[in-house]
Design a protein around this ligand. Structure first.
Ligand SMILES: [Zn+2]
Length: 197
């Protein structure tokens, strides 16, 4: 199981944080998920999941209310959830859906992926963070992180750590060691893309 930390407000004013404006209802979020299914990135990932033998049907991705401070997650055999109460704009929903589809793709293509293994989990988070565009500089600016040089890898590392530490099998030290051990291989593994989009 892979869970994503809730949208960050960073060091900025925090006015962008969805906690401030209360998020969306489950129905609104479900509509936003439907809209995300029409974006080229989501279509591309669903096609490749299907090619790898894993069909992602309409109800694979569900809007739910989350009590935890997470934006969404992927659970093997259950699918993807998007936390409606932590979403405020379409772009956030698209990002969660894309990020979780990369986890679903990793789970599909590797028969022996073990989410309890910190290195396996870290690898999928590195790929999902890098390939989803979670760390595009425009999104980082909205979070209040304004350092541009080297921002992309810093941002991916920060988000990988948050997700892997939330794994009950991974301490902070184990998460850091795992991330460093697999970084180069997993950051450069851009499947199913030819290169990072
Ligand atoms: Zn993730």
């Amino acid at each position: 199981m892979a869970e994503e930390p809730a949208p960050e407000s960073g060091s900025g004013s925090g006015s962008f944080s969805s906690a401030v404006n209360g998020g969306k209802s489950i129905e609104e979020c479900q509509d936003m998920i439907r809209r995300s299914l029409r974006t080229p990135m989501v279509k591309f990932l669903r096609e490749h999941l299907e090619k790898a033998g894993c069909v992602v049907g309409e109800n694979f991705i569900k809007a739910v209310h989350c009590d935890k401070q997470i934006s969404g997650g992927y659970v093997r055999g259950e699918g993807i959830v998007v936390c409606s109460n932590h979403m405020s704009i379409q772009d956030e929903v698209n990002q969660v859906v894309i990020h979780e589809l990369i986890h679903a793709y990793d789970d599909c293509r590797a028969a022996n992926l073990d989410w309890a293994n910190c290195a396996h989990h870290a690898c999928s988070e590195i790929r999902a963070g890098h390939l989803s565009g979670d760390c595009h500089y425009k999104r980082e600016l909205l979070r209040g992180f304004t350092k541009i040089r080297g921002h992309e890898q810093d941002c991916v590392q920060r988000r990988v750590m948050k997700s892997v530490i939330a794994n009950p099998y991974c301490s902070e030290a184990a998460a850091k060691d795992a991330m460093e051990a697999v970084w180069d291989v997993c950051y450069n593994d851009t499947q199913p893309f030819d290169r990072a989009p």
